[in-house]
Design a protein around this ligand. Sequence first.
Ligand code: NAD
Ligand code: WQD
Length: 340
Amino acid sequence: MGKDEVLVLGGAGYIGSHTCVELIGAEYKPVIVDNTINSSPVCVSRLQQLTGENIAFYQFDVRDQVKLREVFSQHDIKAVIHFAGLKSVPESVQFPLKYYSVNIGATITLLEVMKEFKVYNLVFSSSSTVYGKPQFLPMTEDHPTGQCTSPYGRTKYFIEEILKDLCVSDPEWNIISLRYFNPVGAHQSGIIGEVPLGIPNNLLPYIAQVCNGKREYLTIYGDDYKTPDGTGIRDYLHVVDLAVGHVLALKKMQGEHGCRAYNLGSGTGFSVKEIIQAFEKASGKKLPCKIAGRRAGDVAASYADSTIAQNELGWKATKNLKEICEDYWNFQSKNPQGYS
Ligand code: NAD
Ligand code: WQD
């Protein structure tokens, strides 16, 4: 029997590429579709270099239904992992229609094609952003959702609701939404990692660019939160742990039906200042910082309760902050120009 083919939409991206490595390690055969709007075909070559596998790669927009149908016709797809979408919070505030069109449009096109080809197994990249401002910590899956603070967040929330409606309409569907907290780190090899295009919005990519001289200093958004050192606290998890979560989700799906959501986070919160310290240690560089006001929409603290993922998927974050920063820096220092 051949290996099961898994369609990975957005597989040339940050989390998608790391997931492809884990899929191959678990004897699945990834098939990538990515229009490379926020990535590069070089990432796919790097994946082949890293895994020694020849990976099928199609470069087009998931909203292109004709091309998507061709891929389903050419491969015996058993399940889909859907990473493809836009993820910048500030950009989504500026261009909400673009975000609704890409994130929701691509998902609907995908679901229609999956139904046509009777492929009912889907793992969807959701986010802790569906919870909005935390009402309690750590956040469990039954924390209320929908009070999102950006159009980006709402696309994730709306998609989760669409997926629930679909599962009610037809019990054949088997869908897992994984609500990621703050994915960081890179593959230990330094061959694949995060390659932000333009000015990074998120903390770790910004820090790395300060360390490799691309940016002058890090702006700390607020040191007057009600946290022990006054800076914002988040739940950072290593991207390889996150990638493993997708493989476990696929395994969990066998023989099951319906719609479920799992938090994937480490359960531990670190402040901006703690991250800076850990990164300085990992990189051996001093990080120039300036304190500024709070960033609009930010919360003081956010971290996960991932007990359900542990009990039902057998998943747990295994890598600590030191490994996260070392691996992140290893990739960034080896690839200061990203994949170009
Ligand atoms: P990424 O931008 O690196 O990866 C997304 C990939 O999808 C990119 O390679 C991009 O080129 C591709 N893509 C975008 N729109 C497409 C389209 N219409 N058709 C085909 N390809 C398309 O982002 P990532 O960090 O790897 O995130 C993956 C998913 O996880 C996203 O859906 C994101 O919203 C979600 N997520 C990310 C984070 C995070 O902090 N990185 C946190 C929670 C959830
Ligand atoms: C972390 C902390 C900032 C940059 C975002 C999205 C969320 C999710 C993950 C996808 C905060 C502080 C940051 C900087 C700083 N993505 N910071 N200076 O805000 O938790 O979440 O990414 O779903 O939807 O909103 O992550 O990395 O942007 O910020 O001081 O230059 O670092 O204020 O406390 P966040 P982040």
